[in-house]
Design a protein around this ligand. Structure first.
Ligand code: FEO
Length: 402
């Protein structure tokens, strides 16, 4: 079992503590998402006058830190392990908690129970299932369960601690950041981290998130306490950011994921970036060979247009461009326009392949430009025409904010 054995117990309010683990060294999540700042698995202990509850646990390889923190607080008894989400970075240590505290029951919704029986092999009788809006008394403190499905699994829920006005949201409003500050202190950095997390994990679910935001806003909330990253003691900061991200609004911005082998596509991209800039459009090219895909995802949260650029390899897209497009298709950014630019030698199916790979995007497709070999004067003219077309499209789209 890896992991350092002790971190600090961090107090939120009287008898409410963060007892999880900080993962300073983790660099990849789900074997795909880069973590430039590590992450944390927050677990919250609530000591009521009659009952004690633990909300979410930690990634199993960090279980020692959770148990050391519980020891530091002299926790001899846990009555309830509230599980907001079945994914193993939060639920994976529940079986060990049940072993250490045999009287504890897992409190969760029916769907989450079924997942945890499958994923963690927890026996049916260890569960107490609750319904949306139901409450559970800990004596002088009360938990209320708020179902917030599809952030990002179907069973996800939040738990509201009524007396202390804390909403525990698990992945919802989370961010991958390892920090000794439990509370957000650098707001700009916190929102940047949360935006990256939203882009990579939550963006495909922006419609259910809109409903869940409305639900959360009905509660009188002083703290939003996710199970990754920092706690918001000014909840409006993250609520307003989420509202903007899930809205239809986009910026006058073009994102260009590209790859080039011998310089033709790179020249096309360089020229096109200049053409857009000179027309007042924000533009961000990403060489997909060297870029962090989290950065690309984050940039796409509010971009109006995506332009993919690739040379032709074995009649199709460069395989790395195809991989990045598959990822972009999965995270479903709200781009309003899209097109393809690139080069070929004798024949190619890149445009059709790019269209197929981005079938989830609800963007209007503009005419692509496929250039034979190195770009020439007439090709630069075509690129100027496309840049004009993008400007016109942005100006006539009610969702593009200048
Ligand atoms: Fe942090 Fe969906 O797990």
């Amino acid at each position: 079992m890896k992991g350092r054995v002790k971190m600090a117990v961090r107090k939120i309010k009287n008898d409410v503590y963060e007892v999880g683990a900080i993962d300073w060294d983790r660099t990849l999540f789900d074997e795909i998402i880069p973590l430039p700042d590590g992450t944390s698995y927050n677990s919250y202990l609530i000591k009521g006058s009659k009952k004690t509850a633990l909300i979410d646990t930690v990634e199993p390889e960090k279980q020692n830190e959770l148990f050391e923190n519980l020891k530091e607080l002299n926790v001899k008894h846990i009555d309830y392990v509230v599980s907001n989400h079945a994914e193993q970075d939060h639920s994976g240590t529940i079986p060990k908690v049940l072993q250490a505290y045999p009287m504890a029951k897992v409190v969760t919704n029916e769907k989450c129970k079924e997942f945890e029986k499958d994923l963690l092999l927890i026996d049916d009788e260890k569960f107490i299932t609750i319904k949306d809006g139901e409450s559970l008394s800990l004596g002088n403190k009360t938990l209320q369960f708020v179902f917030t499905p599809w952030v990002h699994w179907p069973e996800t829920m939040s738990t509201y601690l009524v007396e202390d006005k804390i909403m525990f949201t698990c992945d919802f409003f989370g961010s991958h950041i390892a920090s000794s500050d439990l509370f957000v202190r650098n707001e700009a950095k916190a929102i940047e981290d949360a935006k990256r997390y939203y882009a990579e994990i939550m963006m495909p679910f922006r419609f259910p998130i809109r409903n869940n935001l409305k639900k959360i806003e009905k509660y009188d909330v002083d703290f939003i306490a996710p199970s990754h990253g920092q706690v918001y003691d000014k909840p409006d900061l993250i609520l307003n950011a989420y509202k903007e991200w899930v809205s239809e609004d986009v910026k006058n911005k073009v994102v260009i994921p590209y790859v080039s082998m011998h310089g033709s596509t790179e020249k096309i991209v360089d020229y096109f970036v200049g053409a857009l800039m000179s027309r007042g459009v924000k533009v961000r090219p990403y060489n997909v060979i060297t870029s962090d895909i989290g950065e690309i995802a984050m940039s796409l949260v509010d971009a109006a247009t995506i332009v993919v650029a690739s040379p032709t390899v074995l009649v199709g897209l460069h395989p790395t461009a195809a991989y990045v497009l598959s990822f972009i298709n999965a995270i479903r950014p709200k781009v309003k326009f899209g097109t393809f630019i690139g080069s070929y030698g004798w024949a190619g199916q890149s445009v059709n392949q790019a269209k197929t790979l981005t079938s989830n995007l609800k963007a209007k497709m503009l005419d692509p430009i496929l250039i034979k070999g190195y770009p020439k004067a007439e090709d630069f003219k075509s690129l100027n025409t496309l840049a004009n077309e993008i400007v016109k499209s942005h100006e006539s789209c009610k969702y593009v904010k200048f």
